[in-house]
Design a protein around this ligand. Structure first.
Ligand code: BGC
Length: 395
């Protein structure tokens, strides 16, 4: 495995085998042997490679899940980050559709949660404070004046342990992380499992499970930035979005919910029928002004009815369609308004304004401080369990 460590950071073993580069004269057969773990007859394969080493010297692995319909997902054990997700366009060409970097070093630098798992609490908690059973907890303020996405050292920056599993027509990667009592200011030792499962029909399930030994709050999500055109130099304004929601969670100037839920009818937030992101994003609208575009949580319809189709994104040029299924009550649609051309793309250039969008299934922001929102409290003896599916096709 030393071979891999020295020579293959950022290059998969599979590509090493075919590229015949870099490690000339070194133990190439070993790499080839590992790659053969993915049997040609398997409909969905999973292959592990060493991705790199953190600043603290921890080994980070990468898992490549691949099916025979052209979908390939790369996930690293640092932050449970999806570093790459490739799906076919209408001509059958499989291409990259998520924003990402090409090195672990870059993922460890400040970035807006590219592809990462988010926890212990997704989105904002007002002024980083909440009360549970009469006790006030204080979190780091990492998004003035609020706490965002689990804190500066949230689940997006921790190393997860991983276990692979092969089903008949699926391959899974089960990640585990145990967050300590008071880690990032949250009470309770929280044992978290996130299982990514790729099936043969281009759907990626993300199953989140957690238990605690003390009452706490939990809101887990996935923070991939999609651009279905695969051209990351272009904004996502031409993507047509659908969100099955009659209501929105409006926010104040610091993006904290006001506590009211408002009707989307006759507003730029009505995505009940497919609408291009760019159609109304610059409309004179108070909520759009606050989010600098779309950066809001929608109150999904059909709550409590289990898994259902809640949102979609369609890019006509490529023909790619992404459908999102979840059992969660909300979805944060974020149109990449804070991407500002400072972070490097994989092959040169930088990620500019609105070149990726997120569809983060979750509970509403600031729920621990909002008595009328569905609860995010998890008590000992309870199981937090929720699933989201990202399903890709063409039309
Ligand atoms: C939030 C944005 C934030 C982005 C990256 C999204 O989930 O809603 O406000 O800028 O994450 O941090």
């Amino acid at each position: 495995m030393n071979l891999v460590k020295r020579c293959v950071y950022g290059i998969s073993i599979l590509s090493l085998v075919s590229m015949n580069v870099q490690c000339k004269g070194e133990k190439k057969e070993e790499a080839a042997g590992t790659a053969q773990e993915a049997k040609a007859t398997d409909s969905v394969s999973i292959v592990k490679t060493v991705y790199g080493e953190t600043e603290k010297g921890e080994q980070i692995d990468r898992y490549t899940l691949k099916n025979q319909k052209g979908m390939e997902v790369n996930i690293i054990t640092y932050g449970g980050i999806i570093t790459s997700l490739k799906v076919p366009n209408k001509a059958g060409k499989s291409e990259e559709v998520v924003i990402g970097f090409n090195s672990l070093e870059q993922y460890q630098k400040a970035n807006p949660y590219f592809g990462a798992l988010i926890g212990r609490f997704g989105n904002r908690i007002a002024k980083g404070k909440f009360t549970l059973d009469g006790k006030q907890y204080s979190l780091a303020i990492n998004n003035e004046p609020n706490a965002l996405h689990g804190g500066p050292e949230g689940f997006h920056r921790v190393v997860w342990t991983a276990e692979e599993a092969k089903g008949g027509d699926t391959a899974s990667l089960k990640l585990k992380y145990v967050a300590k009592d008071m880690e990032e200011g949250y009470p309770g030792n929280l044992t978290v499992f996130v299982t990514y499962t790729l099936n043969k029909d281009n759907a990626l399930d993300v199953l989140y499970e957690a238990t605690t030994d003390k009452k706490t709050v939990v809101n887990l999500t996935q923070h991939s930035y999609f651009n279905l055109s695969s051209d990351f130099s272009k904004p996502i304004l031409d993507h047509e979005i659908t969100i099955d929601a009659d209501k929105l969670v409006p926010v104040d100037a610091t993006l904290i919910p006001t506590g009211k839920l408002t009707d989307v009818t006759n507003t730029p937030f009505d995505f009940r029928k497919p609408k291009a992101v760019g159609k109304e994003i610059n409309a004179a609208d108070d909520q759009l002004k606050k989010g600098l575009g779309y950066d809001h949580c929608w109150v999904l319809n059909n709550q409590g009815k289990g898994d259902r189709l809640v949102a979609s994104a369609y890019h006509a040029g490529s023909g790619r369609l992404l459908e999102v299924y979840t059992d969660q009550p909300g979805i944060q649609f974020y149109s990449g308004n804070f991407l500002d051309g400072t972070l490097p793309m994989r092959n040169g250039g930088t990620y500019a304004h609105r070149t990726g969008f997120c569809l983060e299934t979750q509970h509403y922001p600031d729920s621990p401080n909002q008595k009328d929102f569905p609860t995010t409290v998890l008590s000992p003896g309870e199981n937090y369990k929720t699933k989201t599916t990202f399903k890709f096709s063409v039309k």
